[in-house]
Design a protein around this ligand. Structure first.
Ligand code: SF4
Length: 331
């Protein structure tokens, strides 16, 4: 394992969705279709063997970015490099091979599992794709995967509704592991679970990472969770990455005003460790109508006049391994 080598590199990645108006509305009101800029020019590297946390408020584009990296949502522009090859240029058979290596674990394990299939059938799907056609071998592999994620062999004939939320997430993890992946997008994998179960699933993901040298993109809106799981953290706002740093550096000395506001909202028991709460003005703007200049300027408590209102700052390195997109920190 080389912890410094990027496994995934994302360059100028954009994912726009078009909201089509009806022909009559367009003719009568002379209005064009609307463009939702869900991911708007993201540059990011995910190093082999690390957990990169991706955090931001709901609707900032985190999940769309995760799905665009896997080409579940084909990007509008940009590059996604996996071991230095642009997966967006892959032919269908190469893309299928990439999809074996890059898996996703979803937030809601119940809706991501087919309710009409048993655990055996659910985990058999990727194994059949992988060419394990011998029923005995397939059954052995399913048992092995169930044991590895903390389920028992007698669960094999059960249906998803017969499991608790945590057990269902374990089935989702077993399904992802069946392909022997090297990279997994964990999309809010513990957000729908009780706190006690969250810890068990996080521990399981960490054990699996060690055992199989997995690389994770861990998406969450919960900063307390991300602190414990991530080696580095990327903060996302309105389709853009605004700060990237090692977890300790980001928590101890955040550079972007948005990151400072997010961190100030974390409840802390120790009074001496509490930060002054920063209340942001207004709501997150719509990705249909992104503000000019710095996208955070309408809410930024530290904005500096015309510069922030009219010029988009670049994401640049201002300290060792610490990048920020803010005019205040431009060297
Ligand atoms: Fe605030 Fe300006 Fe920095 Fe944007 S560029 S975060 S508006 S100070």
């Amino acid at each position: 394992m080389n912890a410094q080598q990027p496994l995934i590199e994302i360059n100028a990645l954009k994912k726009y969705f078009i909201i089509r108006r009806s022909l009559i509305t367009r003719l009568l009101a002379s209005r064009k279709n609307l463009l939702v800029r869900a991911v708007d020019g993201v540059d990011l590297a995910i190093r082999e063997g690390e957990t990169l946390g991706l955090v931001g408020e709901s609707g900032c584009g985190k999940s769309t970015l995760g799905r665009s990296i896997l080409n579940i949502f084909p990007p509008t522009e940009g590059e996604v490099l996996y071991r230095r090859e642009n997966i967006l240029k892959y032919n269908p058979s190469k893309l299928l091979q990439f999809r074996e290596k890059a898996q996703i674990i979803f937030q809601n394990p119940y809706s991501s599992l087919n309710p009409r299939k048993t655990v055996r059938d659910i985990i058999a799907v990727p194994l059949l794709q992988k060419g394990i056609n011998n029923p005995v071998q397939r059954e052995e592999r399913i048992m092995e995967l169930l044991n590895r994620v903390g389920l028992s062999e007698y669960h094999i004939n059960n249906y998803p509704h017969q499991f608790s939320g945590g057990q269902r997430q374990r089935i989702g993890i077993a399904r992802a592991l069946a392909m022997k992946p090297s990279f997994i997008v964990c999309d809010e994998p513990v957000s729908a679970l009780d706190v006690s179960v969250q810890a068990q699933i996080i521990n399981l993901l960490e054990d699996l990472q060690q055992e199989f040298n997995l690389t994770y993109l861990f998406i969450t809106h919960d900063l307390s969770v991300i602190y414990y799981v991530s080696n580095r953290i990327a903060v996302m706002y309105l389709g853009k990455i605004v700060e990237v740093a090692a977890t300790k550096a980001l928590f101890e000395s955040p550079l972007h005003p948005y990151t400072r506001a997010l961190l100030s909202a974390i409840p802390v028991v120790d009074r001496t460790a509490r930060r002054k709460r920063i209340i942001l003005e207004g709501n997150v703007p719509s990705p249909i109508n992104v503000p000019p200049g710095c996208p955070f300027h309408p809410r930024c408590p530290e904005r500096k006049g015309d510069l922030c209102r009219s010029v988009i700052p670049e994401l640049r390195q201002v300290r060792s391994d610490h990048l920020v997109m803010c005019h205040l920190n431009s060297a």
